[in-house]
Design a protein around this ligand. Sequence first.
Ligand code: MZP
Length: 498
Amino acid sequence: AFYYMEPSRTFSEFLLVPNLTTKECTPGNVSLRTPIVKFGAGEKPSVSLNIPFASAVMQAVSDDVMAVALARCGGISFIFGSQSIEDQAAMVRKVKGYKAGFVVSRSNLTPSHSLKDVLELKERTGHSTVAITHDGSPQGKLLGIVTSRDYRISRDALTKQVSEFMTPFESLFYGTSGITLSEANDLIWEHKLNCLPIVDKEQKLDYLVFRKDYDAHKENPYELLDENKSYIVGAGINTKDYMERVPALAEAGVDVVVIDSSDGFSEWQRETIQYVKANTNVKIGAGNVVDREGFLYLVESGADFIKVGIGGGSICITREQKGIGRGQASALIEVAAARDDYYRETGIYVPICSDGGIVHDYHITLSLAMGADFVMMGRYFARFDESPTRKLKVGTNFVKEFWGEGSNRARNWQRYDTGGKESLVFEEGVDSYVPYAGGLQENLDRTIHKIKSTMCNCGSTSIEELHRTARITLVSATSIVEGGAHDVILKDSSLSGE
Ligand code: MZP
């Protein structure tokens, strides 16, 4: 046998050492834009993210609702593959058909209706709805309502997003229902609204879509009509039914697929990648691997990105059940070095995704510093309103359900298949709860702010710069103790009566 005599390490065994922070290096100047598919030196990647976050290929994490919410924030979801091809393609289609922005409802509400009517509508439809009043106060006269079709979004999150998109909202609704397209455009120009009019078959205004990504004050919205900018979405596939699944996903508009497997260093993955490359235009990631050999095998098979990690997932018991795996930090460090060598030798940059094992927000920054281009997380996203699972009260706390793909609940045997029985013979994942944490956007904003602040400490304004210049130190067990609050008596508000 070959022995790795160095122990394999996890994120919690490392810390970042600050570099010089220049005055220009502020969180506002940090870009988290990152490639997710391979590209040649001097070229631009064809698929990039604005934030280096992917939600896991899991039933309990990534459905169409999560995908829209995360894409809206600049990341990507990989819709779970442990469902029928038709159901998965339908989810992809929903995400692609979702127009960026908010639908201003054309419901029968008029200024004569009250806020009570709005709340009743919300109850009836189950959608998140925000009432817009002429003076912005809850008591004001009703001008109209904004409705999110995404009923899992909290009303607070919707209100926040609406206020970001709709600053001059006062004049929006007067007479919009039933007016012509040219009248709608006059309205848009007159009030300098960042929105697109969408028309019905008779060229009557159907609804207004508000968008962040162009400036109606400068650009002519006429030129943007028919454009169908959609949210980016990924999907998980397996090495069994890819000949049917991938074409169906491609037809539904998927941007990128990933082979979802606990151990990707296999001939089945090579065959799958080669088939997808030869027969479709879909970008394909592969994995998971934990070393240089696995990385090179999948890259030489044609993969567009590589996913790293075995056994580090919060719900994963693969290491206990089968005794395979590697500490996530060690796996990532070795694969990132292989990626850099490959780039030097061939001029082709293959992004890597660190998958699983993120416990604290700083683990994300560490994994980026260690060479990851983006991270995939399950537990992190499972805690939010937007995840597909039930929110329950356990004792005095709210929790969300969260189960592994290798648990009896998901029975995703294709993910663990090594050419044996076509079923899940033993479990490699658990069924669990995670603490409920609220809406995705507010949590993501906080995490992103932490990452950007830490990058400033490290003197980096981009992920690529962080890869090159980060300095990372191993920590001893005693210095980990030093890192928490220690040698003080913590105030306990329940004891002090505060
Ligand atoms: P985490 O972010 O919850 O720590 O880890 C999520 C990752 O765990 C997933 O992206 C996937 O690679 C892995 N996973 C999913 N199900 C199982 C399982 O049942 C698993 N063992 O290990």
